[in-house]
Design a protein around this ligand. Structure first.
Ligand code: URA
Ligand code: SF4
Length: 213
């Protein structure tokens, strides 16, 4: 049997974002393409100075083909607005680009991607970062943070701090917006939302290219 082609082999030489996106539409580098509706590639401005990275598309993203458009995406949009950031000037993507799920009744329940899937999908993320060359990268949640900053990274301890990294001049991790949706009560949710917005506000000087280290 021929080897499954790796995502690396699908990346066109000197790609543009649209060329990358259309190449990724045919990716079969891990098994998730079989159960996902479509590849959900990153979306946003080629000239973005902030690049956000989530975990993987959810149900609505799988159906629409766009990242962060479901409930977590709506919360994310509100928080960006409250932090004074225009989403259209950012680039938003995920560590893994197919929705991984398991059935629960008629619903499709999100399942965490494993290390093999994260590694298989990584060339797409690296190609996006190489093209956009953002001033700041923000990992949303532990999956993205650990994929970028190593398995020992703890979002609970290190959220909102700029971390030394070769990926971009400024790299930060914060919580995943869906963790705020899962808060046990309204008061916790309000508090967690405010902390999330506060982390996003810290991006302002880095986005402006100022030295903040
Ligand atoms: N959660 C993510 O991590 N990414 C999305 O695109 C949507 C929900
Ligand atoms: Fe390819 Fe990533 Fe989809 Fe796996 S999840 S098939 S590596 S695009």
């Amino acid at each position: 049997m021929p080897l499954k082609s790796s995502a690396e082999d699908l990346i066109p030489p000197r790609p543009t974002l649209p060329a990358l996106k259309s190449a990724a539409a045919d990716c079969q580098a891990c098994d998730l393409w079989k159960t996902g509706t479509q590849t959900v590639f990153g979306d946003g401005s080629r000239r973005a100075n902030v690049l956000f990275i989530g975990e993987q598309p959810g149900n609505e993203e799988d159906l629409t083909g766009k990242p962060f458009v479901g409930p977590a995406g709506k919360l994310f949009d509100n928080a960006l607005g409250d932090a004074g950031i225009d989403r259209k000037q950012t680039y938003v993507t995920n560590v893994v680009k197919h929705f991984k799920w398991e059935p629960r009744g008629k619903r499709r329940i999100h399942k965490k991607p494993n290390a093999v899937e994260i590694a298989a999908c990584r060339p797409w993320l690296e190609a996006e970062i190489a093209l956009v060359k953002p001033e700041v990268i923000v990992a949303l949640g532990a999956t993205a943070a650990q994929a970028l900053l190593g398995p020992k990274f703890r979002v609970t301890k290190q959220r909102g701090e700029f971390i030394e990294s070769t990926l971009a001049p400024y790299v930060m991790a914060t919580v995943h917006p869906s963790s705020i949706l899962r808060a046990p009560d309204d008061e916790t949710r309000r508090l967690e939302y405010r902390r999330f917005v506060d982390d996003l506000k810290k991006l302002a000087p880095a986005r402006a290219g100022a030295v903040i280290k």
